[in-house]
Design a protein around this ligand. Structure first.
Ligand SMILES: Nc1nc2c(ncn2[C@@H]2O[C@H](COP(=O)(O)OP(=O)(O)OP(=O)(O)O)[C@@H](O)[C@H]2O)c(=O)[nH]1
Length: 525
């Protein structure tokens, strides 16, 4: 069988007083940290959700803007394609141009987004337009789109930089195609101009808050139209911005967050390249506006959390103080209990011990005598007793003084202590210069032998005593032993007989041991 462990259970070890205080501190700190961490985590998740929602909104917006631009350009381009067909088939005589003029006017009236339709010859002169009159000496060979088509054989659509219309003065976006003659040589330019305001009006229907932006740019980063509108930004080069520099070369559609080249605003962007046209639609919301309500939530939540943490901290501080006070009280109580126990031990010792010699006192002796009498009676064993008395001690005191007398008594005490050979033996000071030695399991002969030893040992010390005929301190010893009969008189009998034997030893000349024998005493016990 294994012995049960003396270590206290884990729970008690964990919550031992020693660990209680640091654990309370760790607990309070841990609760505060966890509280902060969980609130921070919640707020972070809320922020991510807000950003994701905003990014979804910009993505949808970019899609709408791209669709709108694509549809608008497609319509205008379709007109240019059919115009090109017509010119090639019907030719350019004045009658045809007259008919064409009416047709162009009808088409511009039909399509609100179209600002105008124009046909220029190879030198840039106006052949026909959707307007009522052709300005005198009008020539558009200086326009970017004209030069582009003249120098470029490509017959595809070309979107040029926004220009101010020479007829109406409004901002327009030019969509143009090259016109070839039957030999494939440059024969002029077909132009459709789209009112920039048409785009802006559409963009204004979306709520992008104060710092949001919607724009349409060429895919080389040249800005065509932007809401909020700023004339100075038309034609601005955004190719170094995050959309055109980092994202568009890799993906035709995407989302990102970045800082605007235009105004330095941090925004969430979504962009989309138009199909079939070198254009990119961009929609963006300012991060600070997207996160504005979230920031308010952060302030409120953090305020509340801070308040709770302060409360917890105060509570924890109070708790730790209480624990400290409790521990201090407990320690004080333990110290008091220990000192009381020590005091009790001392008192107990004092109550049982003779102060001068350190032997058992009379009270102690009497209680042990009663116990040993009972034990010897039960076991029917002999109990021996020595009664000792220092010879001529009065004279010793008179001659050497009381304190030397005390020293002498201490010497006798040491001799008697040495005579306690067995665990049950008890040497005691019976009173004054009278001593006893209780010897359980000892008959009269044995007790007499011990008495002789004691007497001899004291004599051997040769303590000078000028008042003694022998010149040294001696002791007289009365010895008796009996097997108790158990009638309640045994202790008294033992004491009395030993005392009588002592008396006889004194009477016979002192410095001797005398055993009690009934024949020696004429009196009846
Ligand atoms: N120094 C000292 N003396 C004590 C103490 N107790 C008792 N005495 C003295 O012991 C002496 C005992 O004297 P007595 O009873 O006359 O006996 P005695 O002088 O020893 O003579 P015998 O016993 O007949 O030999 C007294 O003088 C007591 O004062 C003690 O504790 N210290």
């Amino acid at each position: 069988m294994t012995e049960p462990s003396s270590r206290p259970p884990l729970f008690e070890r964990l919550f031992a007083q020693r660990t209680l205080l640091p654990m309370a501190r760790v607990f309070v700190v841990l609760v505060c940290v966890l509280l902060f961490a969980s609130v921070a985590w919640m707020l972070w998740s809320a922020r991510e959700t807000r950003l994701q929602e905003a990014q979804m909104a910009t993505s949808n917006l970019a899609y709408s803007v791209s669709r709108h631009a694509q549809d608008t350009l497609k319509k205008a381009d379709t007109i240019l394609v059919s115009l090109s067909e017509r010119l090639q088939v019907d030719g350019r005589d004045p009658q045809q141009l007259q008919r064409l003029h009416r047709l162009l006017q009808v088409q511009v009236r039909e399509l609100q987004d179209l600002h105008g339709l124009f046909v220029y010859d190879r030198d840039g002169h106006w052949l026909v337009s959707s307007f009522d009159t052709i300005p005198h000496d009008a020539n558009n060979s200086d326009r970017e789109y004209f030069r582009f088509h003249r120098d470029n054989p490509d017959l595809g659509p070309h979107i040029g930089l926004p220009v101010r219309s020479r007829t109406t003065g409004t901002w327009v976006i030019p969509l143009s195609r090259r016109l070839n003659d039957a030999q494939g040589q440059f024969a002029g330019v077909l132009l459709a101009t789209i009112d920039m305001d048409y785009f802006l009006r559409f963009y204004r229907t979306f709520d992008t808050m104060q710092y949001g932006a919607i724009s349409l740019s060429l895919d080389n980063g040249t800005l065509l139209v932007r809401q909020p509108f700023a004339e100075a930004l038309i034609g601005a080069d955004l190719s170094a911005g995050p959309v055109f520099h980092d994202y568009l070369p890799r993906q035709p559609v995407g989302n990102l967050s970045g800082v605007s080249l235009v105004d330095g605003e941090a925004r969430l962007y979504s962009y989309r390249h138009l199909e079939g046209y070198p254009l990119v639609a961009t929609a963006a919301l300012a991060e600070r506006e997207v996160l504005a309500s979230w920031m308010r939530e952060v302030y409120v939540q953090m305020g509340i959390t801070l308040f709770v943490v302060v409360l917890l901290g105060l509570f924890g501080f109070h708790l730790i103080r209480q624990i400290k006070a409790g521990l201090a009280t407990e320690q004080a109580l333990r110290t008091t209990r220990d000192s009381l126990e020590l005091l009790n031990q001392r008192l107990e010792k004092l109550a049982l011990e003779d102060e001068l010699t350190g032997l058992a006192n009379r009270r102690h002796f009497m209680s042990r005598l009663a116990e040993e009498v009972l034990r010897a009676g039960r076991n029917q064993r002999s109990l021996g007793l020595l009664m000792l008395d220092v010879d001529y001690f009065k004279q010793f005191n008179d001659l050497y003084g009381h304190s030397d007398g005390d020293v002498c008594l201490r010497s006798l005490g040491r001799v008697l202590r040495a005579a306690q050979k067995r665990p049950g033996d008890l040497a005691a000071r019976y009173g004054g210069e009278e001593f006893c030695l209780l010897l359980p399991e000892t008959d009269a002969a044995g007790a007499q032998a011990v008495a002789e030893q004691v007497r001899g040992n004291l004599e051997a010390l040769a303590i000078a005593h000028a008042g003694h005929p022998l010149g040294i301190v001696t002791v007289s010893i009365g010895v008796h032993a009996l097997v108790p009969v158990g009638d309640g008189t045994d202790a008294a009998t033992l004491l009395h007989c030993a005392d009588r034997a002592l008396y006889q030893a004194k009477a016979k000349g002192r410095n001797r041991v005398l055993r009690f024998e009934i024949s020696l005493f004429k009196e009846k016990l």
